[in-house]
Design a protein around this ligand. Structure first.
Ligand code: BDR
Ligand code: CA
Length: 321
């Protein structure tokens, strides 16, 4: 059975690859909508980027809804120093041929969840602002979320401050609301996603002459310097694609149930996730936290998925000519 999913995202190079991966898997995933949020770059740009990525995938049917332009309480921090001014540095994408859909992403998320016959899987690839607000506005939707799969947090050091990972640092209050929601959560912290470095060897299977693969290669090569600066020594870690890969290939991932707490107080540790990996506290687990993955196998399967998008491109162009 195809599983319906909603993707909440702030593209962002690794978000872009995650969206491409999800759209390549038409037989396994039904992407019912993409909601955008401010994060890597402001929301006007993350929305344009989501539309451009759908276009690259040849998918004009998935609605893209624009969401919150700032975190719940804190000022917005963005990451152009990694992603470039337009958020997708390295990719040269055509402008989108369509506009974002109405309504606002938070309302769209509520509508999709309420109207779905079956519970949806919700993939969170950016700051959790939209999701937290949707839960506050419509608490009944919690029962319609089959599982929330989140990229965020860290068991050890952060990547945007010494203590915090970027997505939770940008909107710690939203993250705290989400971890308090009792929704089944799978969490991909940096300890897991740093294992998914897009190294030269792992990219060897991609064909630089095919349109989708060429864009991905040029984006990943452009981001290598940023990856090195943030701890990956061989390339940029593909944080967000892990979330989609987990839905497609759960056999590649291992984790354990833990309690996760988010620091919301201003100061040097704001946005830090305290992940009780060893179960030291008396707190009950509120997330399944991924600790290990088979990254070589993941990249091999991602390459197959991207090739399938290029084949789709080829057959669409043949059909048009
Ligand atoms: C996360 O922050 C963003 O910059 C990436 O897209 C990813 O979601 C990694 O810390
Ligand atoms: Ca992201």
């Amino acid at each position: 059975m195809k599983h319906p999913i909603l993707i909440d995202t702030d593209p962002g190079p690794d978000d872009a690859l995650a969206i491409l991966l999800a759209l390549s898997a038409r037989d396994a995933l039904d992407v019912v909508g993409i909601t955008t949020v401010a994060g890597n770059v402001p929301v006007a740009q993350t929305t344009l980027n989501a539309l451009r990525i759908c276009e690259l995938a040849g998918d004009l049917d998935v609605p893209v809804y624009a969401g919150c332009d700032r975190p719940i309480l804190r000022p917005l921090h963005t990451a152009e120093f990694i992603c470039g001014k337009d958020g997708l540095a390295g990719m040269k994408l055509a402008d989108a041929s369509r506009a974002p859909a109405a309504p606002h992403a938070v309302n769209a998320m509520i509508d999709h969840l309420r109207q779905s016959d079956v519970p949806l899987r919700l993939c969170a690839l950016g700051p959790l602002t939209n999701i937290a607000l949707a839960l506050r506005m419509a608490p009944d939707i919690a029962a319609k979320i089959d599982r929330l799969i989140i990229m965020g947090g860290a068991r050890d050091l952060g990547n945007i401050t010494a203590a915090a990972e970027f997505n939770f640092f940008v909107d710690p209050h939203a993250a705290a609301i989400v971890f308090d929601s009792a929704i089944p959560i799978t969490l991909f912290p940096l300890n897991a996603t740093y294992q998914a470095v897009a190294s030269t060897e792992r990219l060897g299977d991609l064909d630089g002459t095919a349109p989708v693969q060429a864009q991905v290669l040029s984006m990943l090569r452009r981001n290598r310097a940023g990856g090195a600066a943030l701890g990956g020594d061989k390339g940029h870690p593909m944080h967000d694609p892990c979330v989609i890969a987990y839905l497609l290939w759960p056999d590649l991932f291992e984790g354990r149930d833990c309690h996760v707490a988010i620091e919301t107080a201003e100061g040097p540790t704001v946005g830090r996730s305290t992940i009780d990996w060893w179960g030291r506290s008396q707190e009950p687990p509120n997330a399944h936290v991924i600790g290990a993955l088979d990254a070589d196998q993941m990249f091999a399967r991602v390459a197959v998925s991207l090739r399938s998008l290029d084949h789709r491109h080829e057959s669409d162009s043949k059909a048009k000519s």
